[in-house]
Design a binder for this molecule. Structure first.
Ligand SMILES: Cc1cc2nc3c(=O)[nH]c(=O)nc-3n(C[C@H](O)[C@H](O)[C@H](O)COP(=O)(O)O)c2cc1C
Length: 323
């Protein structure tokens, strides 16, 4: 049991924020596998301030049984604070705010936001203070090892001084983007050097990845990101292991078919069939990446998905070995 501000958290697995992926429909389905909390896609502070329709749609989600935080990105404490207050007037059910201090995308970093914030640790602290001044909801930060140089400890110290409620760290620098091995060696025993709960992120694809990351760092929880895309059962494997010590076997092909169809339904409910299937061409093939002889299936899913029925047909055909 650990605390995220006023909330008690029982388990050790949370759903990472992923722009373009962790929408309400995606979270709703993955949450059913036992997520302890989830974070929205990143939301622009200026988009909220200027009432951008798409930005507003990210925060207008229905109350969930699973704690849900809104991830904000921006560079100026006063704008982020304004955006947080406004978000709460639009959706009072937001459970907490997370501040994006890790995004490596140039469109974001050139405005001083995302991972560029790590170049100025004092400003990172100011951002947390400013948001804490306008809300009593917990405020967390998601950082990387550093921008070009590794400086996470300095950033963590400023965040803690400012009263941050928890910190998630992606064990790569900005310049490493999402590639290569994350550097868990650099955050060995990190939790011992900190005063707030720690969540770790980076290549969590299997139960053993999660166990190793938690053992090395002493963190309270792991964040499931790309590893959960096409493998939501990973969340249940991690949850079950830490609750009972039991290692659940990986899902069968037929179980993956069931999960794949269910997530598609949840996305369609949210985005309509056209919008959901466009995104699903990038997600559906991942459900079958661990299966020998499924290469053709993956290619067909990536190129030919148009409707829910087309998904059903493709999976049926493959199940029956007609391809
Ligand atoms: C498509 C995609 C979108 C992402 N969007 C965000 C985001 O909006 N905010 C954020 O803090 N991290 C974002 N991330 C980073 C993930 O939350 C996570 O830290 C990173 O992918 C490392 O974990 P993994 O190696 O297990 O995928 C994104 C990652 C991916 C792959």
């Amino acid at each position: 049991m650990w605390n995220l501000g006023k909330f008690e958290i029982k388990g050790k697995v949370v759903l990472a924020p992923m722009a373009g992926i962790t929408s309400e429909g995606y979270r709703k389905y993955l949450n059913t596998f036992g997520v302890d909390f989830a974070v929205t896609e990143m939301v622009s502070d200026m988009g909220l301030i200027y009432d951008n329709d798409e930005t507003l749609s990210y925060i207008k989600y229905q109350k969930s049984d699973v704690l849900t935080g809104v991830q904000l990105f921006g560079s100026k404490p006063e704008n982020l604070a304004k955006a947080a207050s406004k978000a709460l007037t639009i959706n009072p059910d937001i459970d907490f705010f997370d501040i994006n201090m890790g995004c490596p995308v140039p469109k974001v970093t050139k405005t001083g936001a995302g991972s560029a914030l790590m170049l100025n640790p004092i400003n990172c602290g100011e951002i947390i203070r400013a948001i804490k001044n306008v809300t009593d909801k917990p405020v967390t930060a998601k950082i990387r090892l550093g921008y070009n140089e590794v400086n996470f400890m300095e950033v963590i110290n400023e965040l803690e001084k400012a009263g941050v409620d928890a910190i998630a760290i992606h064990a790569r620098t900005r310049k490493e983007l999402y590639a290569g091995e994350p550097h868990y060696d650099l955050i060995k025993d990190l939790r011992n050097k900190m005063s707030v709960p720690l969540i770790v992120s980076g290549n969590i694809y299997t139960l053993d990845d999660a166990i190793n990351a938690l053992n090395i760092t002493g963190a309270e929880a792991v964040m499931v990101a790309r590893g959960g895309m096409g493998n939501p059962f990973l969340i249940k494997q991690i949850k079950t292991f830490y609750e009972t010590g039991q290692r659940l076997p990986n899902p069968s092909f037929l179980e993956q078919v069931t999960f794949c169809l269910a997530l598609a339904k949840s996305l369609i409910e949210e985005k309509g069939e056209f919008g959901a299937m466009r995104i699903y061409r990038g997600i559906a093939p991942k459900f079958f990446s661990g299966f020998a002889n499924a290469k053709i299936l993956r290619t067909i899913l990536a190129t030919s998905l148009t409707t829910y029925q087309s998904l059903v047909n493709i999976l049926e055909e493959f199940k029956n070995n007609l391809i």
